[in-house]
Every structure is written in C-alpha cells, then in structure tokens.
Design a protein around this ligand. Structure first.
Ligand code: ADP
Ligand code: F6P
Length: 323
C-alpha cells in the first residue's frame, strides 16, 4: 500500500515549485496518504531533515515563487555512501514512495533511487531552462520568459529614446529555450542560442543592415551558454560602436523568482496531482509531463538523457518578423 509519500525540491529552483508542492500534499491528503517533506533537496534525505506536511502547511503558497522546502545542490548524493544514508532516512520514516521536483540532475538522482535501491520514485520536471525531454514545458519556464520579457520591454523604451543597441543576456547555460521564446516575443533583431553555432560576422551584418533600413535601435538576446561567449565577450568581438551605441544588460537570477504565471500554476497543479496518482498506481522511475495537452509518462533515464528537440523554425520566423 502506498501510505506515506516523501517529497523534495532539488537543483535550481523554479517558479511553480510551491504550486506543485501544494497540489501534491492536497492530493495525497485527499487520498488518505501522509506526506513528509525533506528540506534542501537530497541533503534533507542524507541529513534526515524532515517536516510533516498537511493541507494547512501548504496554504497561501499557490502564488509564491521559490520553494518552501528549500532547494540545494548536493554532491554527496552522487556517492554510494550518500545514497545509503538517504535510504536509511527513507526507511526510518517508512516512506513508501518519493516525488522529486527538479531539473535533469535531480531527476537523474531520482532514477538512481528507483533503479538501484527500489524506491518507487516519480519525477516532476521543474527548471526555468525547459531542457527536459518528455514534456513540452518544464515548471518555471513560462514565468521566467515573462519576467525577462517584462524587463526587456523596459530596456526597449530606453533603447528607443537613445537610439541604442542592447545586448541582453538571459539564463540558459546549455539551453536556448528562454532566449528563443523571449527573443521571439520581444521582437529581437538577433537571438543567439547554444543549440546553433553563432556566426558573429553574420550577426554584425544583420545589425548593420537593420541600421541601413532605418532601425534606430536594436535588441539582441544572448543565452548565457552561447558558444561565442557571454554578452561582454560578444560585445567586444562584434565591435559595434561604429554602427550603434551599445549597452549590455545581464538579467541573471531575477528570472528564477517571482509569482508563477497562470500557465505555470496550471501545469504545476496537473503534474502534482498526476504524480501522486502515478505513485498510487505503482508507477516508478518515470517523469510526469504534458505534451500536446496530454499527460505523458517518460522513463527518468530517457527524460534526462534524450535531448529535447529545439524549434529552429521559431528562430527563422523571429528573424523575418524583426526585419
Ligand atoms: P538540476 O536538477 O536543476 O538540473 P543539478 O544538476 O545541480 O540541478 O542536480 C541537482 C542535484 O541532483 C545534485 O546536486 C545531486 O544531488 C543530484 N544529482 C545530479 N546528478 C546526479 C546523478 N547522476 N546521480 C545522483 N544524483 C545526482
Ligand atoms: O538551470 C537553471 C539555471 O538558472 C540556469 O539557467 C543557470 O545557468 C543556472 O541555473 C545558474 O545556477 P546557479 O543558481 O547555481 O547560479
């Protein structure tokens, strides 16, 4: 019988984690199960840092960014010794199944627990990077895109007033999803992503051409993991000053916070509910996701190993629409 569920949030936090926690706890309570939260990701399992959760302890968090369970990166959990300590904690609390909310690293950890130690485990994809296979969107991505977009709309105001070009660096060390969506939505003249080799000579040509066509200001979006370097490095290499006056904005961790958007809250509620129901149905070693509006289960191994396809056509359209 699935009576006691464990829950933790791990890795980089993402808006919507709290909304998912609320959904999991309330679904579990509705199904007469108890929920133990472990604090600070896998560290909470290793150090037996646990808290009992009830429908009331998750009140007032549906709209709050961050995670009330806290999050952390925990290198010790990658070792057998760390994993055995985690297992002891799970046994001590008589946990029948575990739900892990996090990015690809965290879900790799979830897979280890399930495969190596037979702990029934379900993963919920949460990362502003949207870099997990098996779900159209990860929790936090939509909020991060909207946060960045809001900031860039403001940068556009001042760029326009001063006839300037802004190089805006958004998050995504290995993933260009935020850059692509934000760039598309803000009408950027150029979008640089890790998935595509960046040809800076071409970028320079596009920007010079924009000037020739009467564009008095421009926005260039750069994913932090672009192969041509970060915004400062790219600015140096492009030597744009004879075309536009240049300013740089690095948006950074502001993209990780804030109240989740409606889309993220709805995704969090659906995935949280489905994760509990999946554990009850004895599923394990899978991630719950939503593709084309439908619930989809993907093995944790596939979810973390397979790379999500990147929509290059969106970049092409964004270019055309920015001419
Ligand atoms: P994210 O989940 O946001 O991708 P990380 O990649 O930092 O974040 O991973 C979060 C944590 O997941 C790590 O600190 C570690 O505790 C655990 N983890 C990551 N990869 C593995 C792995 N291969 N085996 C076991 N645990 C892992
Ligand atoms: O994976 C989410 C993310 O925000 C990336 O976009 C970014 O590169 C990284 O985490 C930043 O990590 P940290 O919080 O350790 O600075």
């Amino acid at each position: 019988m699935m009576k006691r569920i464990g829950l933790l949030t791990s890795g980089g936090d993402a808006p919507g984690m709290n909304t998912a926690i609320r959904a999991i706890v309330r679904t579990a309570v509705h199904r007469k199960m108890t929920i133990t939260g472990f604090l600070k990701g896998f560290r909470g399992l290793i150090n037996d840092d646990a808290t009992t959760m009830t429908s009331r302890t998750v009140g007032g968090i549906i709209n709050r960014g961050g995670t009330i369970l806290k999050s952390a990166r925990c290198p010790e959990f990658k070792t057998r010794q760390g994993q055995r300590r985690a297992l002891e904690t799970l046994k001590k609390h008589a946990i029948d199944g575990l739900i892990i909310i996090g990015g690809d690293g965290s879900l790799a950890g979830a897979h280890v627990l399930s495969q190596r130690y037979n702990v029934p485990t379900i993963g919920i994809p949460a990362s502003i990077d949207n870099d997990l296979y098996g779900t159209d969107f990860t929790l936090g991505f939509d909020t991060a895109v909207n946060t960045a977009l809001n900031a860039i709309d403001k940068l556009r105001d001042t760029a326009t007033s001063h006839d300037r070009l802004f190089l805006v660096q958004v998050m995504g060390r290995t993933s260009g999803y935020i850059a692509e969506y934000v760039g598309f939505a803000c009408g950027a003249e150029e979008i640089l992503v890790p998935e595509e080799k960046t040809d800076l000579r071409k970028v320079r040509r596009v920007l010079a051409h924009a000037k020739d066509r009467g564009k008095s200001s421009c926005i260039v979006i750069i994913a932090e993991g672009d192969d041509a370097g970060n915004a400062f490095r790219i600015s140096q290499k492009l030597a744009l000053e004879e075309i536009y006056e240049v300013r740089i904005a690095v948006l950074g961790h502001v993209q990780r916070g804030g109240s989740p958007t409606a889309a993220d809250r709805i995704l969090a509620g659906r995935l949280g509910y489905e994760a509990v129901m999946a554990l009850r149905a004895r599923k394990t070693d899978v991630m719950v996701g939503i593709t084309a509006g439908q619930l989809r289960f993907t093995t944790l191994l596939k979810a973390v190993r397979k790379s999500k396809s990147f929509d290059r056509k969106m970049l092409k359209i964004a270019h055309i629409l920015a001419t």
